[in-house]
Design a protein around this ligand. Structure first.
Ligand code: ZN
Length: 325
């Protein structure tokens, strides 16, 4: 998992636990539905295990279980990478009084001990509880791409299509439009829009992540603006240079054909200066004249030179005719 994603998950897992009883149940329900498995041994020996790669998530579940159902649990750590960097935390809730009640409450077991996968609507009545449910879903199966990267992406992974539909519905109720996709045997609920991701993250109390995302968004916007300006200036510069080289070539051609001698002195001065300073701007070129002339005067003279050159072979002297008009 990406570092940014881990940071967000850690922040969410450390968020204060609300006083609302249904908030706690809603958060547990989402976590259990995504990351939990029920084991039934015999008629009354039911246990539940939750698997997560994050110690903070395991610790939060332990607290939530204590605060709501007063259930005891134990955490077993398993190494899942040879170098020992990555661990899996298996939270075991062994057979005990109150476990069946909880699994029924959270929509994972019927009264008759058969498995089910439903979300009890009473857990999702308050908007605080719906946000808690989404928080649980993010803790158990969520990840978010570093906003510095090219595209924005937040996803919640589940293995159940109905559950994914439920998540989309809940997000919709909060004004967040999510999409559903599939990857191998996983169902993804995902967001691609930065505003929707910011909305989702603030809903689940990932406030530092929200600030970070907003900052990056501003920087990305500024960078885009700077690029636009630079591109525009580069285009103008290229146009200017192209025009200058065109002038130089024309003047050189005129010199080869000895047409330059027919140019009035003032135009000749400008033509010679242009040859000497091919990359000078019009303003700079004006300053090289004796006495200096304005940028628009240089522009005017260069236009006359080009026009003169164009008509040189057929109509020598067009400059004088033009001048008289
Ligand atoms: Zn609530």
């Amino acid at each position: 998992m990406e570092r940014f994603s881990q940071t967000v998950r850690d922040e969410v897992a450390r968020a204060p636990i609300t006083k609302c009883e249904y908030c706690i149940k809603a958060e547990l329900a989402a976590i259990f539905h995504i990351a939990g498995s029920i084991h039934i041994a015999g008629q009354h020996r039911i246990s539940l295990s939750i698997s997560t790669e994050a110690a903070v998530v395991a610790r939060r579940v332990v607290r939530l279980l204590k605060d709501s159902y007063h259930l005891e649990s134990e955490v077993r750590v398993e190494q899942i990478e040879k170098l020992g960097k990555l661990h899996r935390y298996n939270l075991m809730i062994n057979s005990q009084a109150g476990l069946h009640e909880m699994l029924y409450d959270l929509g994972m077991l019927t009264r008759e001990h058969s498995l089910e996968r439903s979300i009890r609507s009473e857990l999702l009545k308050g908007s605080c509880c719906r946000a808690s449910f989404l928080r649980g879903a993010f803790l158990a199966g969520g990840s978010v791409t570093d906003p510095q990267k090219k595209t924005y992406h937040l996803e919640l992974v589940t293995h159940n299509e109905e559950f994914a539909d439920g998540l989309v519905y809940l997000m919709n109720l909060q004004g967040i439009k999510a999409k559903i996709g599939a990857r191998k045997d996983q169902i993804l609920v995902y967001l691609k829009d930065s505003a929707a991701i910011i909305h989702f993250l603030s809903l689940i109390n990932a406030h530092t992540a929200v600030i970070k995302l907003e900052e990056v968004k501003v920087i990305k916007g500024l960078r885009g603006e700077v690029n636009r300006i630079v591109n525009c200036e580069t285009a103008n510069l290229e146009k200017t240079l192209h025009a200058a080289w065109n002038q130089v070539e024309t003047i050189q051609q005129l010199m080869r054909e000895s047409g330059i001698v027919n140019l009035p002195v003032k135009l000749r001065e400008t033509a010679e200066l242009r040859l000497e300073y091919p990359e000078a701007s019009l303003k700079e070129l004006g300053e090289y004249h004796q006495p200096p002339i304005s940028k628009s005067a240089v522009n005017h003279r260069l236009r006359l030179i080009l026009e003169y050159a164009k008509n040189f072979s057929s109509e020598a002297g067009i400059y004088h005719q033009k001048e008289k008009q």
